[in-house]
Design a protein around this ligand. Structure first.
Ligand code: SF4
Ligand code: SF4
Length: 257
């Protein structure tokens, strides 16, 4: 029997994009596999969801009754539980249903909505079980995933990136799209970790890494007003894949009041 630490990757309601951060490791995935035993990762092959593991990565949000039970089992079987990306960490884009009537939406979309057995809400994993570390992003990057695995294998907590995307722009000498092109950039309130990917290519950040530490959403909303955005347009800037993150949800509600 292998003595290597065991890893599992579990999927809940999500698009699978964060699991691709593992697969996109390429050759590094083979290096990783030499140091750990990947016991459950349905997208990559092994399927053993009930085996106890050292680290469980969880992608996706809780949206069904079955999810509510399964996440308890995942927690019970894991020494460390790490959320992978915006769905698992904040409820994801599908958490927009929390602001509306999920039943009305189902009735509008499906011919037989009575066959849809989902909860009225989409919620983050931390709302249901203890989470040891959260990886933000939509999707997370391979660099983040590898960094978290490495830190946990060394017995330390992974480095949490809480700075704002703006700081990454400044460090990389990226020209600010809000100042030079009047784009309503979410970088001033969004946590870093992506390498300021969007501003680097001349477009505004839309907040996919979730709220940064001490995010001043009120000030940014005023700045968006100055750029000519209407209240509903400002609210929608905050209502993306991290719509249910408290800082962004609160900012959207305040703007709509
Ligand atoms: S482009 Fe966006 S993220 Fe970069 S400095 Fe300007 S406001 Fe901040
Ligand atoms: S710049 Fe913003 S929207 Fe673009 S990848 Fe980074 S956090 Fe996500």
């Amino acid at each position: 029997m292998s003595t290597r630490p065991r890893i599992a990757v579990h999927k809940f309601a999500s698009c699978d994009g964060c699991q691709l951060a593992f697969l996109n490791l390429g050759e590094l995935l083979l290096v990783l596999a030499a140091h750990v035993e990947i016991v459950h990762f349905a997208e990559a092959g092994p399927v053993n969801p009930e085996v106890p593991v050292d680290i469980a990565f969880v992608e996706g949000s809780i949206t069904t009754r079955e999810d509510l039970e399964r996440i308890q089992r995942v927690r019970k079987n894991s020494d460390h539980l790490v959320t992978l990306g915006a769905c698992a960490t904040a409820g994801g884009l599908q958490a927009l249903r929390n602001l509306a009537s999920a039943r009305e939406w189902s009735a509008a979309v499906y011919a037989r909505p009575e066959y849809i057995a989902s909860l009225d809400t989409s919620t983050a994993i931390a709302r249901h079980v203890k989470v040891d570390f959260e990886l933000w992003g939509c999707p997370v990057s391979s660099r983040q995933v590898l960094g978290a695995v490495r830190a946990l294998l060394f017995g330390v907590g992974p480095l949490e990136e809480r700075d704002k995307v703006c700081l990454e722009c400044k460090r990389s000498n990226i020209v600010c799209v809000m100042v030079t092109r009047r784009e309503p950039c979410m970088g001033p309130v969004t946590r870093t970790g992506c390498g300021a990917l969007c501003p680097r290519f001349g477009r505004d950040c839309y907040g996919c890494y979730g709220p940064a530490e001490a995010a001043n959403t009120e000030s940014l909303s005023r700045r968006f007003e100055g750029l000519g955005l209407l209240p509903e347009q400002i609210a929608r800037r905050f209502l993306g894949m991290n719509a249910a993150a408290p800082e962004f949800a609160e900012a959207a509600m305040r703007t709509r009041r």
